[in-house]
Design a protein around this ligand. Structure first.
Ligand code: CUA
Length: 329
């Protein structure tokens, strides 16, 4: 049920029509009850107006049926709105598996984007249509918010943690991109474009840019530059746990608790290594807070993500051996 409404941005994502349908439903319900109440007020004012100077109103004794009616009907209406809204919220929050991942970093006052192939862009975002795209977003400084009205998606970009959002563009075009969180003097200038393209054209665009190291390759270089490999050797007996095949898997911590090694866990382990110590290791890793930018953090994580499968890790100089260290299993 995709259609374009006057005064509404173009519906250009798979979720846009659902968001609009819920919005219009809520507007219709609100308008109906507002008009009903306003109409009844006017009607009662006229019907029950005072007709004589000595007129006394009749006593009212209440009505259980009426009380129940105007309690139960609104209850169902608002619970319906809640259920419908929650369903759309969950759908919009959880990206489908296999979504194309793109890194976004917000900073005063621009949007920096890096694709998995290495292609970079600023204040623009090129995406293919017909395919789910997941944005992994971080901030270099303060709160920002990534807002694409035509896709009906908006998510805060928060310093110190990752936030994600996903969408599937449905029609090619150039759409507005806004920062929707006041972030300083030039907040209003923190705008850009989202360019949705046919998949073939997108592929051409992706290959057309200047060759840049992919995030995983840049991360491999950082891994060497920061001498991470001196502890994370990947071999048994290393001072730090092997990072091979760790992404997306369960990690046992000191004390027996278990966590899934996701982006947030890896990020924390780099900037605040003492927060979660892997079972069998000592809390000796120094923090890299302030030494690596938000973008470099994403690159390091992309590198760790690439360390999986038999010998298919990114061909970085610091590639750990294929055999996973036994202590993390
Ligand atoms: Cu960034 Cu407002």
């Amino acid at each position: 049920m995709s259609f374009n409404l006057p005064f509404f941005p173009h519906q250009a994502s798979s979720q846009a029509a659902q968001v609009d349908a819920l919005y219009l439903f809520m507007v219709a319900i609100t308008a109906f009850f507002s008009l009903l109440i306003a109409g009844l007020i006017v009607f009662f004012v006229i019907k029950f107006r005072r007709r004589g100077d000595d007129e006394v109103g009749a006593a009212i004794h209440g009505s259980l049926a009426l009380e129940l009616l105007w309690t139960i009907i609104p209850l169902f209406v608002v619970m319906g709105m809640f259920g419908w809204g929650a369903k759309i919220f969950f759908d919009m929050t959880r990206a489908p598996a296999g979504a194309m991942e793109i890194f976004v970093v917000g900073k005063q006052w621009m949007w920096k984007v890096q694709h998995a192939s290495g292609q970079r862009e600023i204040n623009e975002l090129h995406v293919p249509i017909g395919r789910p795209v997941k944005l992994v977003m971080g901030s270099e400084d303060v709160l920002h918010s990534y807002y694409i009205p035509a896709f009906r998606t908006k998510a805060d970009v928060i310093p110190g943690r990752y936030n994600t959002m996903w969408f599937q563009a449905t029609s090619p075009g150039t759409y507005h991109l806004f920062c929707a969180e006041y972030c300083g003097t030039r907040h209003s200038g923190m705008i850009g474009s989202v360019i949705a393209m046919e998949p073939a054209e997108f592929q051409k665009w992706l290959e057309g840019g200047p060759a840049a190291a992919s995030p995983a390759e840049a991360g491999a270089k950082l891994f060497t530059d920061l001498v991470c490999a001196s502890c994370h050797t990947g071999a048994p007996g290393g001072r730090g746990p092997s990072l091979f095949d760790v992404y997306g898997h369960e990690v046992e911590l000191q004390g027996g608790a278990k966590v899934i090694a996701d982006d947030a866990y890896l990020r924390e382990s780099i900037v605040n290594p003492q927060a979660k110590i892997v079972n069998g290791f000592l809390p000796i890793m120094p923090t890299f807070q302030g030494m690596v930018s938000e973008e470099q953090l994403m690159q390091l994580i992309a590198y760790v993500k690439s360390l999986k499968g038999p010998q298919t890790g990114a061909p970085g100089p610091a590639q750990p051996p294929a055999a996973p260290a036994p202590e993390k299993k």
